[in-house]
Write a protein that binds this ligand. Structure first.
Ligand code: GLC
Ligand code: CA
Length: 559
């Protein structure tokens, strides 16, 4: 397998709005990110992924961009960005920017022009359609933020498509001139010196031609999003063109956000010989606790299923493409609350989850606060939410799908993106040290206990444990490049796998159980020469049969 810096790297994701506020307006900013570069360096991450920082009216916290070459007012100026880039590079940290080109803001100059008239030169930059002959929206597509994916524009008596909120009109990738402008913009950022892009909802660029209705979904007026909204017929052509025109000219890293893809798709997007992307964020493991594919539902974790999914990605992409490894990001609830135990085994389970992920093949992503075990917050009513997705879903489910408000709040307390977005917990002072003003979103009340200051100097903390996981990766190529084999696929409590590389074998043992579980040690590892690399409990007896403690994790290296 070919070696690459982006395979060996660890990425730390920053959601700037919730990271650190330096001017007291309650919103995190770029100077705040600069202030904390040493913290990221201390952890050992090599790459910093910034969620969108471009000019935006913020209907979706920066995922609605009105100017790709300017900085959001609340975050600072281009001079702040330039300083961030150079300060990061001084510390050996690369900068990965978010690229949001499935849609723009409705305030982007292109859309302002586009909606003016049907013969405007920018008309075809977006997707416009007449309503159905009988009246109403052109098709039955549902926006990801609830409600129809179309909005009516009186001016030209037509509808425009938006797979997300109505202020996020979809770009028309069939338009070559528009694609050229996007490539030019990407080159502009690379020429500035950034080191890569995380590409937002990149598998939605190509839609089924003619935009046909989706298969009707019972109990709603909408159709299935698959296959028409994603992985359309021209997607690989666009990505190969982007690669040819832009990416291939720079030594940069790329990761595409690609919901609803299979491992077969994953190979097409990331295959080394296909010249598209380096890796993608697949979502199968994020859908594992949905009931019948429904996001706004709650089911307990089925570990056997989770193992099947993750192992399939490990095995299928091995030697073909490359995996990204993530539990958390700005769109997901906190993993320690979701797959771990944020009560009596908070610390143990946070460390175990880190171990389970970081010992796999792929590039690990750490989302701000994950490294200190930040948990889901508790929301009491819909008024406490800011997020466009949560509000849209609340409206849709309580008004049109017969769900009670109480039930929906219960579900959002498991599922909402807001759990990821509560401010970073820096210390035990007011507002967790995030701001001296009023935070834009409430701070999780557990900050006096869970905060970075408590953990950075403590060698037994979650932070120190993550630091250790990263430094092991730097020492042992097997963690980056080794082949993967799942052991005990049917075990409902233990996630056990081996890696192998150049004569060495690595054994990762993770218990997802809140009680003790018996484990029969693989014979080879009973040998004295197998070394314990890391564990989340002090003593680690080795015997033919061992009793693993709640959420115990161990990693052994042989050879
Ligand atoms: C992606 C982003 C999400 C955003 C959406 C629309 O899923 O991660 O935060 O709301 O795309 O851009
Ligand atoms: Ca601020």
């Amino acid at each position: 397998m070919e070696k690459a810096w982006w395979k060996e790297a660890v990425v730390y994701q920053v959601y700037p709005r919730s990271f650190l506020d330096t001017n007291g307006d309650g919103v995190g900013d770029l100077p705040g990110v600069i202030e904390k570069l040493d913290y990221i360096k201390e952890l050992g991450a090599d790459v910093l992924w910034l969620n969108p920082i471009y000019k935006s009216p913020n209907y979706d916290n920066g995922y609605d961009i009105s100017d790709y070459k300017d900085i959001m007012d609340e975050f600072g100026t281009m001079a702040d960005f330039d300083r961030l880039l150079s300060e990061a590079h001084k510390r050996g940290i690369k900068i990965l920017m978010d690229l949001v080109v499935n849609h723009t803001s409705s305030e982007h100059a292109w859309f302002v022009e586009s909606r003016k008239s049907t013969d405007n030169p920018y008309r075809e930059y977006y997707i416009w359609k007449k309503g159905k002959p009988a009246g109403g929206v052109p098709n039955n597509w549902e926006s990801y933020f609830s409600g129809p994916a179309w909005s009516y524009d009186k001016n030209t008596d037509m509808y425009y498509l938006h797979l997300f909120e109505e202020h996020q009109p979809d770009l028309n990738w069939e338009n070559e001139q528009m694609r050229k402008e996007v490539y030019e913009m990407m080159r502009w950022w690379f020429d500035k010196g950034i080191d890569g892009f995380r590409m937002d909802t990149i598998n939605m660029l190509s839609k089924t031609p003619g935009l046909p209705d989706g298969e009707p979904i019972a109990g709603t007026v909408y159709g299935n999003r698959i296959p028409h909204m994603i992985n359309g017929p021209r997607i690989h052509e666009y990505l190969q063109e982007m690669n040819r025109e832009v990416l291939s000219k720079y030594d940069v890293m790329t990761v595409g956000e690609t919901p609803d893809i299979t491992t077969e798709d994953g190979k097409l997007y990331t295959g080394a010989d296909r010249h598209e992307l380096h890796m993608v964020f697949q979502f199968e493991h994020m859908f594992v606790d949905f009931v019948d594919g429904e996001k706004f539902s709650v089911a307990p974790l089925d570990l056997v299923k989770l193992k099947q999914i993750m192992s399939r990605w490990q095995v299928e992409l091995n030697g073909v493409g490359w995996n990204s490894l993530y539990w958390d990001n700005h769109d997901q609830p906190r993993v320690v609350s979701r797959f771990g135990n944020d009560r009596e085994y908070w610390e143990e389970s946070a460390k175990m989850l880190g171990t389970c992920l970081h010992m796999m093949q792929g590039t690990p992503y750490i989302y701000q606060g994950e490294e200190i075990g930040m948990t889901n917050a508790v929301f009491h009513s819909i008024d406490e939410f800011d997020d466009v997705e949560a509000k849209g879903a609340y409206r849709e489910y309580t008004q049109n799908r017969g769900m009670s408000g109480e039930e929906m709040i219960r579900i959002l307390n498991f599922r909402s993106r807001e759990h990821a977005r509560t401010p970073m917990q820096w210390d035990g002072s007011e507002n967790a040290g995030f701001t001296t003003g009023t935070p834009w979103l409430k701070v999780n009340s557990n900050y006096p206990k869970i905060n970075a200051k408590n953990q950075v100097k403590d060698e037994s903390s979650i932070f120190s444990y993550y630091k250790n996981l990263i430094s092991l990766r730097k020492k042992h190529p097997i963690i980056v490049y080794g082949d993967y084999t799942l052991l005990l696929p049917e075990d409902p409590h233990l996630f056990v796998y081996q890696r192998s590389y150049e004569g060495q074998t690595l054994l990762t043992l993770c218990s997802f159980a809140a009680e003790e579980v018996e484990f029969a040690f693989p014979k080879a590892f009973l040998d004295e020469s197998s070394r314990l690399l890391i564990s989340n409990y002090g003593d680690c007896p080795k015997a033919e049969k061992v009793t693993l403690r709640p959420y115990e994790a161990r990693v052994y290296l042989l050879g």
